[in-house]
Design a protein around this ligand. Structure first.
Ligand code: ATR
Length: 277
């Protein structure tokens, strides 16, 4: 095998990235491989060292390590440093450099779906690495106001300290302003295999949502998005963001790689079919 790539996270049973990147590698006929590295949290530092020693050229990082890997990197690019989370690592002789392609992925996903954050009241559910990428995009896009709702209030507060906005937990939902919200669902609640799970949001609040992006792509849609669609609310699954962040990661790993629109379309369609199989 020529070059090795992969994804680091726990658990990874839900992840489409190994299939998606393997299909690009197949059509590009580049001899590269892409594997799932499912590791427990107490192994993170040693696992990263082992992958580096083994010459793994690039990694994606997912739940729950987008922030936890940072101490073990040689450096970070600017947007990853501002967001405070990484989802892409690139090999250098000194160690891995961290990047955040969730930001690019989310921006391109919004454009693709004709959604505009400028002047909107943005509500982010969750306060992990993905929430921080969403907060960065919302603020940079000129949102009117930002609200972070999280189970652990102190983590929501930390996002607000870095990006502005107000923090809430589920005990003070009734103190959220009575406005329409553009919502980003960034928690792992509702992700395969726990597809019946939903965050405890009252119906009265769901009725005020004007659009929602759920970063989960397995299942597609989540129960949360299904419930909103039934109310006529515009919803977007995490699938377009997955595709867009994957392409952005590949151009960091191999800036010279060219992927034709035909290959992009084929891989997109195959991933949709694969995720539904
Ligand atoms: P990532 O960096 O990929 O976003 P993460 O840092 O593990 O992953 O963040 C996961 C988010 O999902 C967190 O906001 C977490 O809430 P807490 O900070 O309160 O733990 C949220 N989350 C996970 N399970 C949850 C649950 N059962 N109910 C509510 N929120 C949950």
């Amino acid at each position: 095998m020529k070059d090795k790539y992969g994804i680091l996270g726990y658990p990874l049973g839900h992840s489409l990235s190994p299939y998606m990147h393997s299909r690009y590698n197949f059509y590009l006929n580049n001899g590269s491989g892409y594997d799932a590295y499912e590791i427990a949290s107490d192994d993170l530092e040693s696992s990263l060292k082992e992958l580096h020693t083994a010459g793994v050229k690039g990694l994606n990082v997912t739940i729950p390590y987008k922030q936890a890997v940072i101490p073990y990197l040689s450096s970070m690019d600017e947007s990853a440093a501002i967001v405070g989370a990484v989802n892409t690592l690139k090999y250098t002789a000194e160690g891995y450099i961290g990047y955040n392609t969730d930001v690019t992925g989310l921006r391109n996903c919004l454009i693709k779906n004709g959604l505009e954050l400028k002047g909107r009241n943005v509500l982010i559910l969750g306060a992990g690495g993905a929430a921080r990428a969403a907060a960065y995009v919302a603020v940079r896009s000129g949102c009117k106001s930002l609200y972070i709702l999280n189970r652990k209030l102190e983590k929501a507060g930390a996002v607000c300290r870095d990006f502005g906005g107000s923090s809430y937990d589920y005990s003070c939902l009734n103190t959220l302003p009575d406005t329409p919200f553009f919502v980003f669902q960034t928690t792992s609640v509702g992700m395969y295999p726990h597809i019946e799970d939903m965050l405890p949001l009252p119906d009265e609040m769901l009725n005020r949502f004007e659009a929602a992006v759920d970063l989960i792509y397995n299942p597609m849609p989540t129960r949360f998005l299904e419930k909103l669609s039934q109310r006529g609310i515009k919803t977007v699954t995490g699938f377009d963001m997955l595709i867009e962040q994957g392409l952005a990661s590949r151009s960091i790993w191999n800036p010279e790689e060219k992927i034709s629109d035909d290959i992009k379309r084929k891989v997109y369609d195959e991933c949709v079919r694969y995720s539904r199989s």
